[in-house]
Design a binder for this molecule. Structure first.
Ligand SMILES: Cc1ncc(COP(=O)(O)O)c(C=O)c1O
Length: 416
């Protein structure tokens, strides 16, 4: 079979393919793997109980189940959900939005595929544009979504050292330049893989830059507020006509329903709706139906703030405490964990690459993600890219404990 350019691009070896492949095998294989590599959220009993209750309600209500699974929804997504969410965001944050500012997609990953290719790539006049990622490292899932090559531009971060082996990446605004070939700026906040939450000042400067250059700022809020609120610092979410805020029900505990949410001006929403119609007719309404009541009542905010956030914060603290007891301090730094499900570990001057460390860990049944995949758009060689790994702490406590112990052993072995 001969593949088109599209076929070749989307089947060749990529970070996200390797990750999803490993994850699939780890979940399905006979040999139990310690999965510290994926982005699966935890199974939090109190959240699952609430979702189960809601599903039972759907099943018990005359016709509701049949409507949820038996009808195509509109290409923009389930109307009641769009209205409910617009109401919640107006009420919570005073944003001037209505249902016409929201569209659903099959997971927010799909939203990035649509948005990035809408705003960058090849244009009518033959010119090309890129997506600017102002803070590398960034989410691995962006790396391969462009329909054309050379799709991203990124800059090295600055380092802030906070003591106790904790550091934080900061946007280096001296290096960020919004040239004419930038179609949009995008940042995940909290950031996957580092758990960084870029500061209020940083996000405001990025927003100003985008506005001045008349391009959108895409904020990936997959872990942010108001839900799932896996964010351990106090932040103000932001939205304006030039901001495209992407959200998701995945990290709330519903990755299987594939529900992404785009909040943007009407022109963007009409475009997403059109691409939904062409690529898949309509987004699924299952996730939207499951959380509709929680959104209407506002309970989704409490559940996120009082159950989900403290749960992950505790898991992050546990993981750090274990690493501090099992690894000598001079071997590692940890990015300040301000949100999301990951620890970003930096082994300065590690004698082997993070890819080799990944292989050694895999041989011992521990899956992590080597750091170099998280620098889309940063083409220059930089040793730091090969000194970091991303470790997920959302799996069962025993799995994380055993996995971290093996990571500590292998890192010591690599240095010694
Ligand atoms: C930062 C970030 N954005 C987007 C996604 C995509 O999530 P989904 O497609 O499940 O909504 C993920 C998933 O891990 C993520 O970490």
């Amino acid at each position: 079979m001969k593949l088109s350019k599209f076929g070749q691009k989307f089947t060749r070896k990529s970070g996200i393919l390797q990750l999803m492949h490993d994850l699939g095998h780890a979940m399905a294989g006979d040999e139990p793997m310690l999965m510290l590599g994926g982005g699966n959220p935890s199974h939090i009993p109190a959240v699952e109980a609430r979702l189960r209750e809601r599903m039972e309600q759907i099943l018990a209500t005359c016709d509701e189940f049949e409507r949820v699974v038996g009808n195509y929804g509109p290409p923009q997504g389930m109307k009641q959900f769009l209205e409910a969410l617009a109401g919640l965001l107006r009420h919570e944050y005073g944003w001037p939005i209505g249902p016409e500012n929201i569209a659903l997609t099959h997971g927010s990953q799909t939203a990035f595929f649509f948005l990035f290719n809408m705003l960058a790539g090849l244009f009518d006049d033959g010119s090309t544009k890129k997506i600017l990622l102002p803070l590398a490292p960034e989410y691995i899932g962006y790396a391969d979504v462009g329909l054309t090559d050379d799709f991203f531009v990124a800059s090295k971060p600055e380092f802030e050292f906070l003591g106790d082996q904790i550091f934080k990446y900061r946007v280096n605004f001296e290096a960020v330049s919004v040239t004419g070939d930038v179609g949009a700026i995008c940042v995940s906040r909290p950031t996957n893989p580092t758990g960084n939450v870029i500061t209020e000042a940083e996000i405001n400067t990025l927003s100003d830059l985008a506005r001045q250059h008349d391009i959108p700022l895409i904020i990936d809020n997959a872990y942010g507020i108001p839900f799932p609120n896996i964010i351990f610092t106090e932040v103000q979410p932001m939205w304006a006509e030039h901001i495209i805020l992407c959200m998701s029900l995945s990290k709330l505990g519903l990755p299987g329903t594939r529900t992404g949410i785009v909040i943007a001006n009407e022109q963007v929403i009409r475009a997403i709706s059109g691409i939904n119609a062409i690529s898949s007719l309509a987004p699924s309404g299952v996730g939207a139906s499951l959380v509709l009541d929680l959104i209407n009542s506002g309970e989704i905010i409490q559940l996120s703030r009082e159950v989900i956030r403290p749960y992950y914060q505790h898991r992050a603290e546990q993981a750090i405490a274990q690493l501090r007891t099992e690894l000598p301090a001079e071997y590692f730094h940890i990015h300040k964990p301000e949100g999301a499900l990951f620890l970003w570990l930096w082994f300065k001057n590690l004698p082997i690459t993070s890819q080799e460390l990944y292989e050694r860990l895999k041989a011992r049944r521990v899956l992590v993600v080597p750091g170099h995949y998280f620098f889309p758009g940063l083409t220059e060689e930089w040793r730091h890219k090969h000194e970091c790994i991303r470790v997920t702490y959302s799996q069962d406590e025993a799995v994380v404990r055993e996995g971290l112990a093996i990571i500590a052993e292998e890192v010591k072995r690599a240095y010694d």
